[in-house]
Design a protein around this ligand. Structure first.
Ligand code: NAD
Length: 442
């Protein structure tokens, strides 16, 4: 069904404040990359908002504008950055510490700019990220007080920087595994739990709460619950604010969500899928703690279940053995190596193997996702969209969806959904790929 109503999308007037929680490898690489792009010193490779086109109308029409020319995306020049981190390093020090970008080519030339981004004191509690210690931390008697201090930070940032709008992206460490419980069901229960310093309220939830209360969209790049709880989903709808997560889909999981749909499309069986990673950055160190790893593991494991649907195809996928490991290995730094061994079977049950060895760079893959999420969440808000933004599942390992829905993990279905949402927003025809019209009246 075609819905070509033109929606009202407010223009991207004024500056956009991008508030990153965490100023580690991903966030500093993202900020530096945006500034390098603005100065023409590097290209924003990997970003749909900067590079991708979108086909409009029939294949015979030849209309394929850049996404950024089709929808009113905030230009890079209008972005202003803010950050929180318990580690007091500014963005320049963080770039040097993380060692992702070449310091001669990509860090020293923008030193002045990076030094200007100093993290605000964080809401941080070591109980939730065991392997980190932080000195640049807020104090308060209750979690509610800490959330209020974050709200004040947002208001001060807006006033000081003169920004018209803000978005918040969680680029901070993965917290310990928490299951949604009674304190997460309603706003009343959530606020009472903040007052009572209940351990079920993690710092990431306080940032999400503060963002929503200030009308700021919140995107969650890590697997911790944060805004993925009924109380905050409802608050997002009530306040008219977009939210979404969880966990940037960058390396191994991105590959999984391309390969697994291929096996299913061709009705090839999967006997086992063993995935292992070595990485040596601070994220790797945090994930070396079993409680943070558990949060990540849940996020990475769900993908195959949903894509392969063993309940529909028990003979092909019912016995599949799926294992994910992450090992902290300091010599590799941010350059992660992700191995996959996939045991598949075909005609008459004959076994075959596929080996994938992805020598990737974690933050280089994640940085463009932070940019796209910030710009698309801002666009969503200007288009009057609120609550969970499932159309941005494309960017997440463990997409947040409406209650009762299963998440769509297939990368290319997610891409179609994203682009169709942009067409829908601007009153263009959806693209269904049916194409019968090209063969009629011949
Ligand atoms: N790089 C990727 O490919 C990728 C993919 C998916 C998810 N992620 C997630 O993105 C997040 C960031 O990754 P990274 O490599 O930049 O890690 P990092 O360790 O380099 O940076 C995280 C930063 O968050 C800070 N932090 C921790 N708790 C905080 C809090 N409560 N408030 C503010 N700051 C806090 C830490 O001090 C640190 O500087 C991690 O959770 C990671 O799991 C990364």
């Amino acid at each position: 069904m075609s819905d070509t109503t033109v929606r009202t999308v407010a223009p991207a007037d004024g500056k956009l404040g991008v508030l990153v929680v965490g100023l580690g490898a991903v966030a500093s690489t993202f900020i530096a990359g945006v500034e390098l792009s603005r100065r023409g010193l590097a290209k924003p490779t990997g970003s749909l908002t900067q590079l991708a086109t979108i086909r409009l109308g029939k294949r015979t029409e030849g209309r394929a504008p850049l996404i950024k020319d089709f929808v009113p995306i905030t230009p890079l020049e209008d972005i202003v950055f803010g950050a929180w981190d318990p580690v007091p390093d500014n963005a320049y020090q963080s770039c040097l510490h993380c060692g992702v970008l070449d310091k001669h080519e990509h860090v020293y030339p923008i030193k002045d700019f990076l030094e200007g981004i100093t993290p605000m004191p964080a809401v941080f509690d070591q109980a939730y990220v065991k392997r980190l210690e932080g000195k640049n931390v807020k104090t308060g008697k209750t979690k509610r007080e800490l959330a209020e201090a974050l709200r004040q930070d947002i208001r001060d940032f807006k006033a000081k920087q003169g920004v018209a709008r803000c978005v918040m992206v969680w680029c901070a460490s993965t917290e310990i595994f928490i299951v949604a419980g009674p304190t997460h069901q309603t706003l009343e229960a959530f606020e009472a739990a903040m007052d009572a310093n209940d351990p079920s309220i993690a710092p990431s939830m306080l940032y999400a709460y503060a963002a929503l209360m200030e009308g700021v969209p919140f995107a969650n790049g890590a697997p911790n619950l944060s805004c993925d709880i009924p109380a905050l989903e409802k608050l997002a709808l009530d306040k008219g604010v977009p939210i979404g997560g969880k966990d940037f889909k960058t390396g191994q999981t991105m590959l999984k969500t391309v390969l697994a749909p291929m096996f299913k499309a061709r009705m090839l069986g999967v006997a086992g899928w063993y995935s292992t990673n070595i990485l040596g950055n601070r994220d790797g160190e945090v994930l070396d703690d079993p409680e943070s790893f558990k949060t990540k593991e849940e996020s990475k494991l769900g993908v195959l279940e949903y894509i392969l649907q063993p309940q529909l195809y028990p003979e092909l996928y019912g016995e599949m053995y799926h294992k994910v490991r992450i090992n902290y290995y300091p010599p590799r730094g941010d350059n992660k190596e992700g191995w996959d061994n996939i045991d598949i079977f075909g005609w008459c049950g004959y076994p075959m193997q596929i080996k994938v060895d992805f020598l990737c760079r974690d933050s280089i893959l994640a940085a463009p996702l932070v940019l796209d999420l910030a710009l698309f969440f801002d666009l969503a808000q200007r288009s009057g969209m609120s609550g969970v933004q499932e159309w941005l599942s494309f960017y997440f390992k463990s997409p947040q969806v409406a209650p009762g829905l299963y998440p769509e993990h297939d990368l290319f279905i997610q891409q179609t959904k994203l682009k169709n949402t942009l067409r829908w927003m601007m009153g263009e025809d959806m693209i269904t790929h049916l194409g019968q019209e090209y063969y009629e009246d011949r």
